[in-house]
Ligand binder design. Structure first.
Ligand code: NI
Length: 389
Protein backbone atom coordinates (compact mmCIF):
# COMPACT_ATOMS: atom_id res chain seq x y z
CA UNK A 1 0.00 0.00 0.00
CA UNK A 2 1.76 3.19 -1.10
CA UNK A 3 -0.05 6.24 0.31
CA UNK A 4 -2.07 5.65 3.43
CA UNK A 5 -5.77 5.92 2.42
CA UNK A 6 -6.88 7.63 5.59
CA UNK A 7 -4.12 10.19 5.20
CA UNK A 8 -5.13 10.74 1.58
CA UNK A 9 -8.54 11.69 3.00
CA UNK A 10 -6.85 14.41 5.06
CA UNK A 11 -4.96 15.88 2.09
CA UNK A 12 -7.14 18.99 1.74
CA UNK A 13 -7.21 19.63 5.46
CA UNK A 14 -3.43 19.31 5.81
CA UNK A 15 -2.99 21.59 2.79
CA UNK A 16 -5.14 24.18 4.52
CA UNK A 17 -2.96 24.03 7.67
CA UNK A 18 0.17 24.28 5.52
CA UNK A 19 -1.10 27.42 3.81
CA UNK A 20 -2.21 29.01 7.07
CA UNK A 21 1.28 28.43 8.47
CA UNK A 22 2.78 29.81 5.25
CA UNK A 23 0.77 33.02 5.63
CA UNK A 24 2.00 33.58 9.19
CA UNK A 25 5.76 32.92 9.17
CA UNK A 26 7.97 33.48 12.21
CA UNK A 27 11.75 33.73 12.39
CA UNK A 28 13.99 31.60 14.61
CA UNK A 29 12.37 31.30 18.06
CA UNK A 30 9.57 33.77 17.24
CA UNK A 31 7.22 31.10 15.94
CA UNK A 32 4.49 31.66 18.54
CA UNK A 33 1.66 31.67 15.99
CA UNK A 34 2.79 28.38 14.49
CA UNK A 35 3.45 26.67 17.81
CA UNK A 36 0.03 27.82 19.06
CA UNK A 37 -1.58 26.33 15.95
CA UNK A 38 0.37 23.09 16.46
CA UNK A 39 -0.66 22.83 20.13
CA UNK A 40 -4.29 23.60 19.29
CA UNK A 41 -4.40 20.93 16.57
CA UNK A 42 -2.73 18.31 18.78
CA UNK A 43 -5.35 19.02 21.44
CA UNK A 44 -8.13 18.67 18.88
CA UNK A 45 -6.71 15.29 17.78
CA UNK A 46 -6.79 14.07 21.39
CA UNK A 47 -3.10 13.27 21.76
CA UNK A 48 -2.22 12.09 25.27
CA UNK A 49 0.15 14.82 26.33
CA UNK A 50 1.12 18.20 24.90
CA UNK A 51 4.07 20.12 26.30
CA UNK A 52 4.74 23.64 25.07
CA UNK A 53 7.78 25.80 25.69
CA UNK A 54 10.44 23.13 25.19
CA UNK A 55 13.42 24.85 23.58
CA UNK A 56 11.60 28.14 24.25
CA UNK A 57 8.84 27.86 21.61
CA UNK A 58 9.00 24.17 20.70
CA UNK A 59 6.04 21.82 21.14
CA UNK A 60 6.06 18.09 21.90
CA UNK A 61 3.05 15.79 21.55
CA UNK A 62 2.85 12.26 22.97
CA UNK A 63 0.62 9.64 21.32
CA UNK A 64 0.26 6.29 23.03
CA UNK A 65 -0.39 3.21 20.92
CA UNK A 66 -3.24 0.76 21.47
CA UNK A 67 -0.69 -1.38 23.29
CA UNK A 68 2.45 -0.52 25.16
CA UNK A 69 4.04 -3.93 25.72
CA UNK A 70 7.10 -3.09 23.67
CA UNK A 71 8.08 -0.06 25.75
CA UNK A 72 9.31 1.51 22.50
CA UNK A 73 9.32 5.30 22.13
CA UNK A 74 9.96 6.83 18.70
CA UNK A 75 10.55 10.56 18.12
CA UNK A 76 9.59 12.28 14.84
CA UNK A 77 10.68 15.84 14.28
CA UNK A 78 9.52 18.78 12.14
CA UNK A 79 10.87 22.36 12.09
CA UNK A 80 8.59 25.43 12.24
CA UNK A 81 10.66 28.54 11.46
CA UNK A 82 10.79 30.72 8.34
CA UNK A 83 13.45 32.96 6.74
CA UNK A 84 14.06 36.73 6.49
CA UNK A 85 13.18 36.86 2.77
CA UNK A 86 10.61 38.99 0.95
CA UNK A 87 8.29 36.53 -0.78
CA UNK A 88 8.01 37.10 -4.54
CA UNK A 89 5.22 34.58 -5.15
CA UNK A 90 1.83 35.85 -6.16
CA UNK A 91 -0.24 33.23 -4.38
CA UNK A 92 -3.45 33.40 -2.36
CA UNK A 93 -1.49 32.00 0.60
CA UNK A 94 1.46 34.40 0.22
CA UNK A 95 3.17 35.50 3.45
CA UNK A 96 1.25 38.21 5.28
CA UNK A 97 4.42 39.46 6.94
CA UNK A 98 6.66 41.47 4.62
CA UNK A 99 10.25 40.28 4.90
CA UNK A 100 9.41 36.89 6.41
CA UNK A 101 8.81 33.83 4.31
CA UNK A 102 8.58 30.05 4.50
CA UNK A 103 11.26 29.61 1.83
CA UNK A 104 12.58 26.29 3.17
CA UNK A 105 9.30 24.37 3.38
CA UNK A 106 9.19 24.12 7.17
CA UNK A 107 5.48 25.00 6.82
CA UNK A 108 5.10 21.74 4.88
CA UNK A 109 7.21 19.77 7.36
CA UNK A 110 5.05 20.97 10.26
CA UNK A 111 1.76 20.34 8.44
CA UNK A 112 2.79 16.81 7.34
CA UNK A 113 3.80 15.78 10.85
CA UNK A 114 0.52 17.22 12.17
CA UNK A 115 -1.31 15.12 9.56
CA UNK A 116 0.47 12.01 10.78
CA UNK A 117 -0.31 12.94 14.41
CA UNK A 118 -4.00 13.22 13.57
CA UNK A 119 -3.93 9.79 11.93
CA UNK A 120 -1.91 8.15 14.72
CA UNK A 121 -4.13 9.61 17.45
CA UNK A 122 -7.20 8.32 15.62
CA UNK A 123 -5.93 4.81 14.80
CA UNK A 124 -3.30 4.09 17.49
CA UNK A 125 -2.40 0.98 15.58
CA UNK A 126 1.02 0.51 17.17
CA UNK A 127 2.62 -0.97 20.26
CA UNK A 128 4.57 1.79 21.98
CA UNK A 129 4.66 5.58 22.09
CA UNK A 130 5.00 8.06 19.23
CA UNK A 131 6.45 11.45 20.15
CA UNK A 132 5.94 14.29 17.67
CA UNK A 133 8.52 17.06 17.98
CA UNK A 134 7.98 20.57 16.56
CA UNK A 135 11.10 22.68 16.88
CA UNK A 136 11.82 26.39 16.42
CA UNK A 137 14.97 28.07 15.10
CA UNK A 138 16.36 25.52 12.65
CA UNK A 139 17.68 28.31 10.42
CA UNK A 140 20.78 29.21 12.41
CA UNK A 141 19.34 29.41 15.93
CA UNK A 142 20.03 25.81 17.02
CA UNK A 143 16.44 25.23 18.17
CA UNK A 144 17.08 21.48 17.98
CA UNK A 145 19.88 21.88 20.48
CA UNK A 146 17.68 24.07 22.70
CA UNK A 147 15.07 21.29 22.84
CA UNK A 148 17.74 18.69 23.65
CA UNK A 149 19.18 21.02 26.32
CA UNK A 150 15.70 21.11 27.88
CA UNK A 151 16.21 17.39 28.40
CA UNK A 152 13.62 16.40 25.80
CA UNK A 153 15.10 12.98 24.98
CA UNK A 154 15.10 11.61 28.53
CA UNK A 155 11.98 13.47 29.65
CA UNK A 156 9.89 11.70 27.01
CA UNK A 157 11.99 8.53 26.99
CA UNK A 158 12.73 8.89 23.27
CA UNK A 159 14.81 5.95 22.01
CA UNK A 160 15.15 6.75 18.32
CA UNK A 161 14.57 9.93 16.39
CA UNK A 162 13.71 10.65 12.74
CA UNK A 163 13.76 13.81 10.63
CA UNK A 164 12.77 14.80 7.08
CA UNK A 165 13.46 17.66 4.66
CA UNK A 166 11.88 18.39 1.32
CA UNK A 167 14.18 18.63 -1.67
CA UNK A 168 13.41 20.72 -4.77
CA UNK A 169 14.56 19.01 -7.98
CA UNK A 170 13.80 15.55 -6.62
CA UNK A 171 10.43 14.40 -8.07
CA UNK A 172 7.44 14.23 -5.72
CA UNK A 173 7.15 10.71 -4.32
CA UNK A 174 10.90 10.09 -4.33
CA UNK A 175 13.21 9.84 -1.32
CA UNK A 176 16.98 10.10 -0.88
CA UNK A 177 19.09 9.09 2.10
CA UNK A 178 22.47 7.65 3.05
CA UNK A 179 24.02 6.16 6.16
CA UNK A 180 26.74 8.25 7.79
CA UNK A 181 27.33 11.95 7.07
CA UNK A 182 24.45 13.41 5.03
CA UNK A 183 24.83 17.12 5.75
CA UNK A 184 27.80 19.26 6.67
CA UNK A 185 29.01 20.66 9.95
CA UNK A 186 29.08 24.45 9.75
CA UNK A 187 31.44 26.96 11.33
CA UNK A 188 31.62 30.72 10.91
CA UNK A 189 34.78 32.77 11.13
CA UNK A 190 35.43 36.51 11.37
CA UNK A 191 38.91 37.97 10.87
CA UNK A 192 39.55 41.55 11.96
CA UNK A 193 42.84 43.21 10.95
CA UNK A 194 44.03 46.28 12.76
CA UNK A 195 46.59 48.07 10.55
CA UNK A 196 47.58 51.71 10.47
CA UNK A 197 45.56 54.26 8.55
CA UNK A 198 47.30 56.83 6.35
CA UNK A 199 46.94 59.17 3.37
CA UNK A 200 46.45 57.06 0.24
CA UNK A 201 49.31 58.90 -1.44
CA UNK A 202 51.68 58.24 1.49
CA UNK A 203 51.28 54.50 2.08
CA UNK A 204 54.74 54.23 3.69
CA UNK A 205 53.36 56.15 6.67
CA UNK A 206 50.71 53.51 7.34
CA UNK A 207 50.21 49.76 7.40
CA UNK A 208 47.53 48.93 4.84
CA UNK A 209 45.06 46.33 6.25
CA UNK A 210 43.46 45.84 2.80
CA UNK A 211 46.68 44.41 1.36
CA UNK A 212 46.90 42.07 4.35
CA UNK A 213 43.23 40.99 4.08
CA UNK A 214 43.55 40.15 0.37
CA UNK A 215 46.73 38.10 1.03
CA UNK A 216 44.86 36.19 3.72
CA UNK A 217 41.79 35.54 1.56
CA UNK A 218 44.04 34.19 -1.22
CA UNK A 219 46.13 32.06 1.11
CA UNK A 220 43.06 30.54 2.81
CA UNK A 221 42.17 29.00 -0.55
CA UNK A 222 45.17 26.70 -0.19
CA UNK A 223 43.64 24.91 2.82
CA UNK A 224 41.09 22.85 0.93
CA UNK A 225 43.38 22.32 -2.09
CA UNK A 226 46.67 21.61 -0.25
CA UNK A 227 45.97 20.55 3.35
CA UNK A 228 42.86 18.36 3.07
CA UNK A 229 42.87 14.84 1.66
CA UNK A 230 41.40 15.11 -1.87
CA UNK A 231 38.94 12.37 -0.89
CA UNK A 232 37.83 14.29 2.19
CA UNK A 233 35.25 17.08 1.86
CA UNK A 234 35.58 20.69 2.88
CA UNK A 235 34.43 24.11 1.77
CA UNK A 236 35.92 27.38 2.93
CA UNK A 237 34.13 30.41 1.49
CA UNK A 238 34.84 34.04 2.32
CA UNK A 239 31.46 35.72 2.00
CA UNK A 240 32.25 39.34 2.93
CA UNK A 241 35.12 41.84 3.00
CA UNK A 242 34.67 45.21 4.64
CA UNK A 243 37.26 48.01 4.71
CA UNK A 244 37.52 51.71 4.03
CA UNK A 245 35.13 54.30 2.63
CA UNK A 246 37.16 56.89 0.70
CA UNK A 247 39.28 57.08 -2.47
CA UNK A 248 42.18 58.80 -0.76
CA UNK A 249 42.41 57.15 2.65
CA UNK A 250 44.07 53.91 3.70
CA UNK A 251 41.76 52.62 6.43
CA UNK A 252 42.82 51.58 9.89
CA UNK A 253 40.88 48.33 9.86
CA UNK A 254 39.76 45.57 7.52
CA UNK A 255 37.45 42.69 8.28
CA UNK A 256 36.37 39.62 6.38
CA UNK A 257 34.21 36.68 7.27
CA UNK A 258 32.86 33.44 5.90
CA UNK A 259 31.91 29.85 6.48
CA UNK A 260 33.59 26.45 6.77
CA UNK A 261 31.63 23.29 5.86
CA UNK A 262 32.92 19.81 6.56
CA UNK A 263 31.58 16.26 6.87
CA UNK A 264 34.10 14.98 9.39
CA UNK A 265 35.36 16.26 12.74
CA UNK A 266 39.04 15.64 11.96
CA UNK A 267 38.75 17.52 8.66
CA UNK A 268 36.93 20.33 10.44
CA UNK A 269 39.65 20.63 13.08
CA UNK A 270 42.35 20.65 10.40
CA UNK A 271 40.66 23.45 8.42
CA UNK A 272 40.24 25.59 11.54
CA UNK A 273 43.82 24.94 12.65
CA UNK A 274 45.24 25.95 9.23
CA UNK A 275 42.95 29.00 9.08
CA UNK A 276 44.40 30.21 12.37
CA UNK A 277 48.00 29.47 11.34
CA UNK A 278 47.69 31.21 7.97
CA UNK A 279 45.94 34.29 9.35
CA UNK A 280 48.28 34.79 12.31
CA UNK A 281 51.34 34.00 10.14
CA UNK A 282 50.42 36.61 7.52
CA UNK A 283 49.50 39.13 10.22
CA UNK A 284 52.91 38.71 11.80
CA UNK A 285 54.69 38.96 8.42
CA UNK A 286 52.97 42.30 7.79
CA UNK A 287 53.18 43.54 11.36
CA UNK A 288 49.47 44.02 11.97
CA UNK A 289 47.29 42.97 14.86
CA UNK A 290 44.64 40.42 14.08
CA UNK A 291 41.65 38.95 15.83
CA UNK A 292 40.13 35.64 14.75
CA UNK A 293 36.67 34.72 15.96
CA UNK A 294 35.46 31.19 15.23
CA UNK A 295 31.82 30.43 15.92
CA UNK A 296 31.19 26.73 16.01
CA UNK A 297 27.92 26.03 14.20
CA UNK A 298 25.83 22.91 13.59
CA UNK A 299 27.60 19.55 13.84
CA UNK A 300 27.66 17.10 10.94
CA UNK A 301 24.25 15.47 10.39
CA UNK A 302 25.29 11.85 10.54
CA UNK A 303 22.74 9.08 9.98
CA UNK A 304 22.93 5.90 12.02
CA UNK A 305 23.22 2.69 10.02
CA UNK A 306 20.28 0.57 11.31
CA UNK A 307 17.84 3.51 11.45
CA UNK A 308 18.83 4.56 7.92
CA UNK A 309 18.08 1.04 6.63
CA UNK A 310 14.75 1.17 8.43
CA UNK A 311 13.83 4.66 7.10
CA UNK A 312 14.72 3.54 3.56
CA UNK A 313 12.56 0.43 3.98
CA UNK A 314 9.60 2.60 5.06
CA UNK A 315 10.20 4.96 2.11
CA UNK A 316 10.31 1.98 -0.28
CA UNK A 317 6.99 0.71 1.07
CA UNK A 318 5.45 4.06 0.17
CA UNK A 319 7.16 4.80 -3.14
CA UNK A 320 8.61 1.53 -4.43
CA UNK A 321 12.27 0.48 -4.73
CA UNK A 322 13.07 2.59 -7.79
CA UNK A 323 12.10 5.83 -6.08
CA UNK A 324 14.33 5.56 -3.04
CA UNK A 325 17.98 6.51 -3.48
CA UNK A 326 19.95 5.04 -0.57
CA UNK A 327 23.28 6.39 -1.75
CA UNK A 328 22.53 10.11 -1.84
CA UNK A 329 25.78 12.08 -1.99
CA UNK A 330 26.12 14.32 1.09
CA UNK A 331 25.21 17.98 0.75
CA UNK A 332 27.30 20.77 2.27
CA UNK A 333 24.34 22.62 3.80
CA UNK A 334 23.88 22.35 7.57
CA UNK A 335 20.92 21.06 9.59
CA UNK A 336 20.35 21.23 13.33
CA UNK A 337 18.62 17.84 13.48
CA UNK A 338 22.29 16.89 13.87
CA UNK A 339 22.02 17.71 17.60
CA UNK A 340 19.22 15.18 18.03
CA UNK A 341 21.26 12.55 16.17
CA UNK A 342 24.09 13.14 18.66
CA UNK A 343 21.73 12.21 21.49
CA UNK A 344 19.81 9.30 19.95
CA UNK A 345 20.20 6.94 17.01
CA UNK A 346 18.10 7.97 14.06
CA UNK A 347 17.98 9.04 10.43
CA UNK A 348 17.30 12.13 8.34
CA UNK A 349 15.74 11.68 4.90
CA UNK A 350 15.14 13.93 1.87
CA UNK A 351 11.76 13.87 0.17
CA UNK A 352 11.06 15.18 -3.36
CA UNK A 353 9.44 18.60 -3.71
CA UNK A 354 9.29 18.36 -7.51
CA UNK A 355 10.29 21.03 -9.99
CA UNK A 356 10.04 24.09 -7.73
CA UNK A 357 12.35 27.02 -6.97
CA UNK A 358 15.27 26.08 -4.75
CA UNK A 359 15.37 26.23 -0.96
CA UNK A 360 15.84 29.77 0.44
CA UNK A 361 14.72 31.28 -2.89
CA UNK A 362 12.18 34.13 -2.92
CA UNK A 363 9.94 32.15 -5.30
CA UNK A 364 10.07 28.85 -3.43
CA UNK A 365 6.84 27.26 -2.23
CA UNK A 366 6.36 23.90 -0.55
CA UNK A 367 4.66 21.47 -2.93
CA UNK A 368 1.32 20.41 -1.44
CA UNK A 369 1.27 17.35 -3.72
CA UNK A 370 4.00 15.91 -1.50
CA UNK A 371 1.85 16.06 1.65
CA UNK A 372 0.36 12.53 1.49
CA UNK A 373 3.84 11.13 0.84
CA UNK A 374 5.38 12.83 3.88
CA UNK A 375 2.47 12.19 6.23
CA UNK A 376 2.36 8.52 5.16
CA UNK A 377 6.10 8.27 5.79
CA UNK A 378 5.64 9.51 9.36
CA UNK A 379 2.64 7.28 10.04
CA UNK A 380 4.56 4.27 8.78
CA UNK A 381 7.70 5.14 10.74
CA UNK A 382 5.57 4.81 13.90
CA UNK A 383 3.55 1.78 12.85
CA UNK A 384 6.46 -0.19 11.40
CA UNK A 385 8.93 0.51 14.20
CA UNK A 386 6.34 -0.40 16.84
CA UNK A 387 4.16 -3.07 15.15
CA UNK A 388 0.91 -3.77 16.98
CA UNK A 389 1.02 -7.51 16.36
NI1 NI B 1 15.13 23.82 6.01
Amino acid sequence: MPINNRIADFHDEITEWRRTIHQHPGLLYDVEETSALVAEKLKEFGVDEIVEGIGRTGVVGVIKGRKNDSGRVIGMRADMDALPIVEKNDLPHKSKYEGKMHACGHDGHTAMLLGAAKYLAETRNFDGTAVVIFQPAEEGGAGGKAMCDDDMMSRFGIQEVYGLHNMPGLPVGEFAIRPGPLMAGTDEFTVTINGLGAHAAMPHNGNDPIIVATQMVQALQSIVSRNIDPLGSAVLTVTAIHAGKAYNVIPQEAQFYGTVRTLDKAVRDKVIERLQEIVTGIASAYGVEVNIDIKEGYPVTSNHEAQTQFAAEVAREISGDAKVDTNKPPVMGGEDFSYMLLERPGAFIFMGNGDTAGLHHEEYDFNDEAIPVGSSYWAKIAERSMPAS
